[in-house]
Design a protein around this ligand. Structure first.
Ligand code: 5GP
Ligand code: 5GP
Length: 231
């Protein structure tokens, strides 16, 4: 009996001694970095699927946020991590106006944006809850958008949404020169099957504040020259 007690006390001691290590280890396992993904509305809307403007009106001709996605260095990613943490728009009342402007929804049927933000929170945001609660997640994403003015950066390099064709390397170079980091460019195709600039991925550290070089790039390919369609 006595030995059992001693054993129990000893194992509790060992556990307590190492628990900070376990905690650090398990949170380090959560995810390794974020993809901060922005979409060009012109390329979302000119596809075969087309788009629907938000109930609040046509968004500005600017890149919009798609999401902030926790990712692993392996290229894999966690999703839908916490069914007990549903999206609650009441926790982000102070951000709704900015979300409508910077994170507009373009899918059909038209909505006020809440279904899009809900999807992004539940699929991706719940996987970085160890560092960002719901309010912090949306705020950090909006702050990233305000820090990186993609349209301005491209415009300054003579790359404009004028329906012209631009090389993917010139787009990447312009963003790299302005931010110091290499983006990933995702293409899609318009109704005539032309490849076009659809989404720009930047990598961000686990605090969701600093850009980093991407530990891994998503898969997929554009052609050398891609269209930058108007919106
Ligand atoms: P698609 O298959 O259209 O590229 O992506 C569909 C969805 O899967 C994305 O909108 C996003 O939610 C998720 N997804 C695709 N690729 C990645 C990735 O590399 N990392 C993460 N975290 N999510 C991704
Ligand atoms: P993901 O591709 O991140 O998993 O999520 C995309 C989901 O959000 C889809 O179900 C899509 O219908 C919805 N969604 C709503 N608005 C938008 C939008 O503006 N762009 C994209 N890519 N998806 C949107």
């Amino acid at each position: 009996m006595k030995t059992m007690k001693i054993q129990l006390a000893f194992s509790s001691f060992i556990f307590l001694l190492f628990s900070p290590f376990f905690a650090a280890f398990s949170s380090a396992q959560d995810f390794d970095f974020f993809y901060f993904v922005q979409q060009w509305p012109g390329s979302y809307c000119d596809t075969r699927k087309s788009c629907c403007y938000p109930t609040t009106g046509k968004p500005e001709a600017d890149f919009g946020i798609h999401g902030l996605w926790p990712n692993y260095k392996s290229g894999a990613y966690p999703s839908n991590c916490d069914p007990d943490s549903p999206y609650q728009s009441s926790t982000i009342n102070d951000l709704i106006e900015s979300l409508q402007r910077e994170w507009p929804t373009l899918s059909c049927p038209s909505s006020d944006g809440n279904p899009f933000w809900e999807h992004e929170w539940e699929k991706h945001g719940t996987c970085s809850e160890s560092v960002l609660d719901q309010h912090a997640y949306f705020k950090a994403t909006l702050d990233l958008k305000n820090k990186i003015n993609l349209l301005q950066i491209l415009n300054d390099a003579g790359i404009k949404p004028d329906g012209g064709y631009y090389s993917v390397s010139s787009i990447k170079d312009a963003i790299n020169k302005a931010t110091g980091f290499t983006p990933w460019i995702e293409c899609n195709v318009d109704e005539a099957r032309n490849r076009q600039l659809y989404q720009v991925y930047m990598c961000v550290d686990t605090s969701a504040t600093n850009l980093i070089e991407c530990p891994v790039f998503p898969r997929g390919k554009c052609s050398d020259q891609i269209e930058f369609p108007p919106f």
